[in-house]
Design a protein around this ligand. Structure first.
Ligand SMILES: [Zn+2]
Length: 315
């Protein structure tokens, strides 16, 4: 499929050979309106760059996994014309890779005996809305460093944290160019703090798993929702410590419905009507700002949508 499209497009050509993108759903339920938009953005970008599109099931938090959800998501993607290149990988089967990375980071890691509430930031990457949502929910966004120089007496290790550089260190400010949002910067010490790599419940943290998996899958381009924008500097910092490449990033704008409301748990979690795939695809495209007329058949939809995306995000 990639080969056939190799010389067809004109908008998205250039030195983009070797593009590998990915969609990484959490199997907490079937694909819904919001996750379809995320899948579509990553798929369109891969196709517009004549690249590969990989799928990874982000079931590292096994407590949130709904049995059968991953299989349902993969079936729905296929029904909507999105076939992954290469093998689908499952985070729940990759504990050895995360343990190896964790061992590599040993010099930067310390045990933390703080309470569950104090470690809520370890979930920030998988809570919709990320850190900002954690803050508005009253959860601490920056770990105050209680165990940084040793746990207080009487505490035992619950989680394991990565020490970020001090606020006056030169490598504390992480910057990157986002293809949609422009130049981004974050002060790790003040805005992220020492973050969890291994959680109190024994699961590997999202931030570590994502970085290890993106490298293992050879991902060159991450296209995902803007709710993960503020996780990106932590992931870049981990990439640097692990000596692995930093991919390019494109965080898609927050999706709004016809009433101008953000696609959220309430509006974005609407189930897909799979008896009308053309309508579902057209609506998801509209949420990305791509106007595809009427409700085309699935192959016709992609033929129309790929050049529209390429015209917007060709670099
Ligand atoms: Zn602590």
């Amino acid at each position: 499929m990639t080969g056939n499209e190799g010389n067809r497009g004109t908008a998205a050509t250039g030195s983009t050979g070797g593009y590998i993108g990915r969609f990484a759903p959490s199997p907490t339920g079937p694909l819904h309106a919001g996750s379809l938009v995320a899948a579509m953005a990553s798929y369109l970008d891969a196709r517009a760059h004549h690249g590969q599109w990989r799928v990874r099931i982000e079931d590292v938090d096994e407590a949130r996994t709904v049995p059968g959800a991953a299989e349902s998501i993969l079936q729905t993607l296929a029904l909507l014309g999105m076939q992954p290149n290469g093998e689908v990988i499952w985070q729940s089967r990759r504990g050895e890779a995360y343990a190896a990375a964790f061992a590599h980071l040993q010099a930067h890691v310390y045990p933390c005996g703080c309470s569950r509430r104090e470690i809520a930031d370890s979930n920030a990457g998988v809570v919709p809305g990320g850190l900002s949502a954690a803050v508005s929910a009253g959860m601490p966004s920056v770990y105050p460093g209680i165990c940084r120089h040793g746990m207080p007496p009487g505490r035992s290790a619950r989680a394991w944290r990565l020490r970020v550089p001090a606020s006056d260190a030169p490598d504390e400010l992480i910057g990157f160019q986002d293809r949609a949002c422009g130049w981004q910067e974050q002060h790790l010490a003040d805005e992220a703090g020492d973050f969890v790599l291994k959680r109190a419940d024994g699961f590997w943290a999202y931030q570590l798993a994502v970085v290890v998996d993106d490298a293992a899958q050879g991902i060159t381009d991450v296209v995902r929702g803007k709710d993960l924008l503020d996780s990106t500097p932590r992931q870049i910092y981990l990439q640097r410590l692990l000596g692995i490449p930093t991919p390019r990033y494109l965080h898609t704008p927050l999706v709004r419905n016809a009433a101008g409301e953000k696609l959220s748990k309430q509006t974005g979690a609407a189930p897909l009507d799979l008896s009308r795939p053309g309508l579902m695809l057209r609506q998801a495209a509209a949420a990305l700002g791509l106007q595809v007329e009427r409700d085309p058949a699935v192959p016709a939809f992609w033929e129309k949508a790929i050049p529209l995306w390429a015209a917007r995000f060709s670099r």
